[in-house]
Design a protein around this ligand. Structure first.
Ligand SMILES: Cc1ncc(COP(=O)(O)O)c(C=O)c1O
Length: 371
């Protein structure tokens, strides 16, 4: 985890996933019953781990500029804490949250900065994911400012960890290596076909996992309690709190060490995609950031996803609908849900590393209708 400790200058705790780290941070710095401002657009499991921590999700208005919290229209006086998303690597407006408890989800933002300073160094904690830029299949790192917090967080982590199955971990490492090879050799279509046949993809209703309100109401009676929410928080990563063995840890470190070597390719892809008329406006302000994905905003997004897949380009990380439409009653809804609905419906996140492979299709896509 040395590269993250060096980048952030913070004390780091190794984890089997980012989501476990977000839960630990929310439990460590927040008190059940507190109100947490969060973006309406992020991964399914994030909403459920916030609920598991006993917090009330207050859904922020979304900026159509970058898909993050619209700080100009969010009422910070009504919340105790903020969870940032840094969607696809585009930085949240960190200076706006001073004075609040801030937990940074930097899963997408390993290489991003805000006003020249690395993300993950602003809040009480920054939580990285090794399955994103490093593409290590799984793994997370919690980075905190004060060493004094580390011992309590480590103890809380160890209480939540369950034993890992060695064979399962070997399988996961092999699957991750296979995925990298398929991407490099332009074999995404057969790889996707195989993953679906082997049941490796999470069942979803549209782009979100099933909400199962009856079970959710039961789980909510036990908060704060992560295990009661396992069935939701485990989306796409069933062993998100399983202890990792030596091989998995070696693989994670190796993948993390390779991230800098991809930086230039990532930046080239960002600059190439930034020339498209469909690119989200904020990308053009961040041509120096090696984004995780480059968000385009296109007219018929689902048709574009299918077309890209036919040409061997897989599209993931789609968060549609926004949380307040997905889980009404479990959140304080956004005061203005329109921009988040528009973003969720039209965004097409493209991996900048494979930008030129996708470009012939992307060039023909029409921009999203105006908001
Ligand atoms: C924005 C965001 N945050 C957090 C996570 C969770 O990361 P991990 O799979 O390492 O728990 C994801 C996973 O897709 C994500 O997209």
């Amino acid at each position: 985890m040395k590269p993250i400790a060096e980048r952030t200058g913070r004390h780091c705790l190794r984890l089997p996933s980012n989501r476990l780290g977000l839960y630990l941070a929310l439990r460590h710095w927040c008190t059940p019953g507190q109100r947490l401002l969060m973006s309406p657009i992020s991964a399914d499991e994030i909403l459920f781990l916030v609920l598991a921590a006993g917090l009330r999700p207050v859904i922020a208005p979304l900026s159509p500029h970058d898909g993050n919290i619209d700080v100009g229209r969010a009422d910070l006086s009504q919340v105790d804490a903020v969870l940032t998303t840094n969607l696809y690597g585009l930085p949240d407006q960190m200076s706006a949250f001073a004075g609040k408890i801030v937990i940074e989800d930097v899963a997408h933002a390993l290489e991003s900065t805000f006003e020249g300073r690395p993300l993950g160094t602003f809040g009480q904690a920054g939580v990285f994911s090794l399955s994103k830029h490093p593409a290590a299949g799984s793994g997370g790192v919690l980075a905190v400012e004060h060493r004094s917090d580390l011992a309590a967080l480590q103890q809380a982590r160890d209480e939540l960890l369950v034993p890992g199955a060695p064979l399962r971990q070997l399988f996961d490492v092999a699957t991750s290596m296979g995925r990298q090879t398929a991407l490099k050799l332009d074999l995404v279509r057969p790889a996707l076909f195989l993953a679906r046949r082997l049941g490796l993809q999470e069942p979803r209703e549209g782009y979100r996992i099933a909400l199962r309100p009856d079970s959710l109401d039961e789980a909510l009676k036990q908060v704060p309690c992560l295990p009661a929410f396992d069935q939701w928080v485990c989306a796409d990563l069933h062993d998100f709190r399983a202890r990792r063995g030596r091989v998995a840890r070696w693989y994670q470190s190796r993948r993390l060490a390779k991230v800098p070597a991809e930086r230039d390719r990532r930046l080239d892809g960002v600059r190439l995609l930034a020339e498209l008329p469909t690119v989200a406006a904020a990308v053009r302000d961040h041509l120096d950031q090696p984004l995780f994905r480059v968000p385009l905003l296109v007219r018929d997004r689902d048709a574009a996803v299918a077309e890209l897949e036919r040409h061997g380009v897989a599209v993931g990380y789609l968060y549609d609908p926004p949380y307040d439409d997905y889980a009404p009653g479990y959140t304080d809804p956004s005061p203005d849900p329109g921009p988040a609905r528009w973003w969720a419906r039209h965004v097409l996140p493209v991996n900048p590393i494979y930008a030129s492979r996708a470009l012939p299709i992307l060039m023909n896509l029409l921009p999203a209708p105006p908001l």
